[in-house]
Structure formats: structure tokens, C-alpha cells
Design a protein around this ligand. Structure first.
Ligand code: NCD
Length: 332
């Protein structure tokens, strides 16, 4: 693994290795001193052409906890706002010696160009490209599911996500992803990764918010949220992405919430062990009600915490760290 561009590029074993490494690194975040010397002297550049709160801060925290030098670039306030493109920005960063470039860009495929045209010699990590993919989000989601649904006791939902069986995947788990799939890079990356990990994915959305070609994805689809609740182990609500909508995809916000929003009545129909997820940022009252978001079924805040450990694992493995088990086979 030289880059992380698509969740679909990961084999089952590579994905499980990232999750297992993250499981070990999660302990670091619980120490008083949250730092390991692993990437001392390496430079990680965060290249953000599109707005972000969680993902940018998460990558920054991950790189710093591994002692890397971190350069943060955001398009606002940089020469990008003077029209400098991805290529020239990347060449500038390359001249500064980036070992890894974490890139978020509004254009689907931008990280692939960065990697394949060799505008940087560093490892490229896709932190969200247009409506295409967001592989580290899928990894942190899978990590969170594994902690709650696999091992850590009798297979029941652990109160605090009590850890998971290492080496385990998500075989047979039923994951339902609901909402604006059309504009969601999170949904595509999750569908690919969860399939690789053996889970069954159902996408639930109004027909207008399912992408053309969804029949080629390794998932089932449904227009009926109520019909899927009882057979769900993890329910992931997606943000309605108003900023990417240039047409009316549903009659009204109220109509959308009524059919596809998660409120307490719907949540109560999930199996007892099931968890509720959302990648953030949430539209409270739209795809998820405030009381559900804040309920004890919700693992939304934990997803953010887990994101740092998962991104530490990705940077560590890409930048040539030894595998978590201490052997020397080299995955990077
Ligand atoms: C997502 C994104 O940016 O793709 N958010 C995130 O990374 N946590 C989802 C979204 O914007 O709705």
C-alpha cells in the first residue's frame, strides 16, 4: 500500500490490519501524554481545498500524536484563491519535502491525479474527493462497528465500545446506510469497504437520491426505511448535502424527515444491540432528531474519537512503520 485513494483498493487483510493497528493506537489517546515518537522527522501536509472541521483536525491530531511535522494548507487565504491549481500547489509542497499528503478536494479524482501524475513523491491519502470517496471515514466507521458488534463480550453492544477481537472482520453484519447517497463519498467508501469485510449493506434513500449505476455496487437498495430497521445491526444516517444540490430532490424538508429521518420511534424498532451512526456534520431535525443524536444508542462522538486512531494507523502503515504485530513483513 503506497497510497490510500479508494476504500476499494484495500484487501480484507489490509483493512483488518489497519483496524487492528488502530485498536492498539487508541490506547495512546487515553494516556496523559498522547504521543509516540514513530514519525519523528517526517512531514505530513494537510491539503484542504474544501471546507472541513472533523477530518482536518483529526488528521492533524493523528500526525502530531505520531510526532510528525505537520503543515496545514487550506485553500482559503492561500494562493489557491488566486487561481493556483492543484498541480502547482502540490509541486510547491513537494519542494518542501512532504512524506505524506492528505488531500481533500471538491473534484472527484483529484487525489488520484496527485498520486498518478507523480506531482508529489509522498504517500497520498484521500480525505474526501467531491462526491466520490472518503476511505478513512469508512475505516473509522468499520472500526466503530467492529468495537460494538464483534467480540468485546457476548457480542452485545458494549457500553463504551469495549474493544474488538483482533483479526476479525464484519462477516454477516447487517449495515443500513440511509439518506443522500447520491452526493455522499462516505456511502460509496463504506459500501466498498464493508463488502470487503463481509458485511451486508443496504442503502435506503428516495429514488432521486440514489446514484445512477448503484446496481453495480455490492449492496441491496430500498426506498423503505421502516422495512429495514428490524434487521439492522448498525444504522448510518447521512447528511442531506444541500450545498451539492442544484435541484429539488424531495418535496420538502418535512416530507424528507417523515420518510427518511431517524426519530425516537424508529430508533426503538432497532434490535437492542444496534448502534446509530452519522459521519457529521449533522442536520439535527432533518435526517436525525436531536434526541436520537444525543441518545445512548448514538456512537457519533465515539466515531470522531476513533477517527484519530484510525488515521494514526493509516499514516503509520503508509509511512513505513512496522506492522502492529511487530513482525517485519512490511505492508507499506
Ligand atoms: C463527510 C464528508 O465531508 O464527506 N463528513 C466528514 O468527513 N466527517 C460527510 C458530509 O459532509 O456530510
Amino acid at each position: 500500500m503506497k497510497h490510500l485513494l479508494s476504500a476499494g483498493d484495500l484487501s480484507r487483510d489490509e483493512a483488518v490490519r489497519i483496524l487492528d493497528t488502530a485498536e492498539e493506537l487508541l490506547g495512546v489517546a487515553q494516556r496523559p501524554i498522547k504521543k509516540l515518537p514513530t514519525l519523528r522527522g517526517r512531514t505530513v501536509v494537510n491539503l484542504f481545498f474544501e471546507d472541513s472541521t472533523r477530518t482536518r483536525i483529526s488528521f492533524e491530531a493523528a500526525a502530531k500524536r505520531l510526532s510528525a511535522d505537520v503543515i496545514n494548507f487550506s485553500a482559503k487565504g492561500s494562493s489557491a484563491s488566486k487561481g493556483e491549481g492543484l498541480k502547482d500547489t502540490a509541486l510547491t509542497l513537494q519542494a518542501m519535502g512532504a512524506d505524506a499528503v492528505v488531500v481533500r478536494h471538491g473534484a472527484s479524482g483529484a487525489p488520484h491525479r496527485l498520486a498518478h501524475e507523480a506531482w508529489t513523491k509522498g504517500a497520498v491519502v484521500n480525505a474526501g474527493d467531491g462526491t466520490h470517496e472518503h476511505p478513512t471515514q469508512a475505516l473509522l466507521d468499520a472500526f466503530t462497528m467492529r468495537r460494538h458488534l464483534v467480540g468485546g463480550g457476548a457480542g452485545a453492544r458494549a457500553a463504551d465500545g469495549a474493544g474488538a477481537d483482533t483479526g476479525a472482520d464484519l462477516a454477516g453484519k447487517r449495515i443500513t446506510i440511509v439518506g443522500d447517497v447520491l452526493h455522499s463519498r462516505v456511502a460509496r467508501s463504506n459500501a466498498l469497504l464493508l463488502h470487503t469485510l463481509g458485511a451486508h449493506v443496504t442503502l435506503v434513500a428516495p429514488p432521486t437520491l440514489l446514484p445512477v449505476g448503484v446496481h453495480t455496487w455490492p449492496v441491496s437498495t430500498s426506498y423503505d426505511l421502516d422495512a429495514t430497521l428490524e434487521g439492522t445491526d448498525a444504522l448510518m444516517m447521512l447528511r442531506v448535502q444541500g450545498e451539492r444540490m442544484n435541484a429539488a430532490y424531495f418535496p420538502s424538508a418535512r416530507e424528507y424527515s417523515r420518510r427518511y429521518g431517524l426519530d425516537r420511534a424508529r430508533m426503538n424498532r432497532l434490535p437492542d444491540h444496534a448502534v446509530v451512526m452519522h459521519p457529521g456534520p449533522m442536520n439535527r431535525g432533518m435526517e436525525i432528531s436531536a434526541d436520537v443524536a444525543d441518545s445512548d444508542r448514538s456512537v457519533i462522538v465515539e466515531q470522531v474519537t476513533n477517527g484519530v486512531a484510525v488515521r494514526m494507523a493509516v499514516l503509520y502503515l503508509l509511512l513505513g512503520g512496522a506492522p502492529a504485530d511487530g513482525s517485519n513483513e512490511g505492508t507499506a
